[in-house]
Write a protein that binds this ligand. Structure first.
Ligand SMILES: *[C@@H]1O[C@H](CO)[C@@H](O)[C@H](O)[C@H]1NC(C)=O
Ligand SMILES: *[C@@H]1O[C@H](CO)[C@@H](O)[C@H](O)[C@H]1NC(C)=O
Ligand SMILES: *[C@@H]1O[C@H](CO)[C@@H](O)[C@H](O)[C@H]1NC(C)=O
Ligand SMILES: *[C@@H]1O[C@H](CO)[C@@H](O)[C@H](O)[C@H]1NC(C)=O
Length: 325
């Protein structure tokens, strides 16, 4: 082997190595920028008097399906109590990487209830994002209604409608693929979402595009899809904020994998599960962009400290976590 050949080979090898080193350090940097131990707060809500009477008069609950939804995408969950002072919420938010407002059934004007706690959390999330501290929010069903209610300055703008136990494909807006929520979805996920009855709707309130405009929400909030209730009344089914990492769906992705009420038509087929997982992965990936550290209390406040109760034979939920505030 001539010296010049060895030289050429060495240089080529060296170039390859350099490329690999460069790629590896970019990957390391990227991995370091993400927080792969995300903790997401799930807001609890008031227990209805009937459910309370059966299970021991606890003050609040979280349906276990929301916990499983987030855990199944690689997050840990901390329950956020209602009826606390603002230092409690400020402290929690400084140590977690996002908040999920679950669906359910409660009133926005209950003193010290779900909406009052939600208002504090929403405003803290706005403040964090305004100063460049990435902090995502997700709302499902009642959580969607809570988000637009709060964004509208606590002004009621829901229309009464009927989409109870309706499984629907999304009617996507022409520019839906420009949204952050859908721009990275695979063709398969979009095809399933737009053609199959995979989005589980369970609501008697609807947010309309008309009221989003009327209540000043159209500028910041992008509507990616709409749907029609059983009477053909059109409602908004997915939204995201243009200025902050806030997202909401009117339907319940988490029920697909984790709720099994027989009278419900909730799909459990592989395509439906794929869409549930898409939404869970998306939101947990958003939380990975938040660098808050869940310390110094270790795991002590995480959901692992609580036992879910079997409620599948008396409520629409398989399991509930109960709390006394
Ligand atoms: C809940 O409170 C009501 C009214 O005080 C009482 O009648 C009921 O037995 C309680 N339920 C349980 C499970 O403790
Ligand atoms: C707020 O509530 C916490 C308990 O969650 C308590 O330890 C703290 O002293 C309260 N702070 C204020 C300012 O009332
Ligand atoms: C708009 O909001 C009002 C409440 O402020 C409600 O009564 C009405 O039904 C809503 N209309 C539509 C079209 O969403
Ligand atoms: C529901 O299941 C529980 C066991 O977890 C049982 O004690 C209770 O009697 C059941 N209730 C009904 C109405 O079937």
């Amino acid at each position: 082997m001539s010296a010049s050949c060895a030289d050429t080979m060495a240089r080529a090898l060296c170039a390859v190595l350099l490329v690999c080193v460069a790629a590896a350090s970019a990957a390391t940097l990227h991995a370091r920028a993400l927080n792969n131990r995300p903790v997401i707060g799930v807001l609890s809500q008031e227990v209805s008097p009937t459910v309370a009477g059966i299970y021991g008069n606890h003050s609040s609950y979280i349906a276990a399906s929301y916990v499983k939804f987030l855990e199944g995408a690689g997050a840990r969950v901390v329950p956020i109590m209602i009826a606390q002072n603002s230092s409690y919420y400020k402290d929690v938010v400084s140590r977690i990487n996002g908040v999920l407002f679950p669906g359910g059934a409660t009133y926005f004007d209950n003193q010290q209830g779900y909406a009052d706690a939600g208002a504090i959390l929403f405003s803290l999330a706005e403040q964090l994002n305004a100063r460049g501290d990435y902090f995502p929010l997700w709302g499902t069903c009642l959580g969607f209604e809570l988000i637009t209610y709060l964004a509208a300055g606590r002004r009621e703008h829901r229309a009464w409608c009927d989409s109870e136990n309706e499984m629907l494909p999304l009617d996507f807006k022409p520019d839906f693929a420009e949204s952050r929520l859908f721009k990275s979805a695979s063709k398969e996920v979009i095809k399933i979402l737009s053609t199959e009855n995979v989005t589980p709707n369970f609501h008697h309130w609807c947010i309309t595009e008309k009221n989003m405009t009327k209540f000043g929400l159209s500028e910041d909030w992008r509507v990616m899809s709409t749907n029609k209730d059983s009477d053909g009344f059109e409602f908004v089914s997915t939204i995201e904020s243009r200025s902050r990492p806030f997202y909401a769906t009117m339907f319940h992705p988490e029920k697909i994998g984790y709720e099994w009420k027989e009278k419900h038509r909730t799909p459990h087929d592989a395509h439906a599960v794929l869409t549930m997982q898409y939404f869970a992965d998306f939101f947990v990936n958003e939380a990975r962009k938040s660098s808050h550290k869940f310390s110094p209390n270790g795991e002590i406040e995480l959901i692992y400290q609580y036992q879910p109760t079997y409620t599948g034979n008396r409520t629409i939920y398989q399991q509930l976590y109960f709390f006394n505030y």
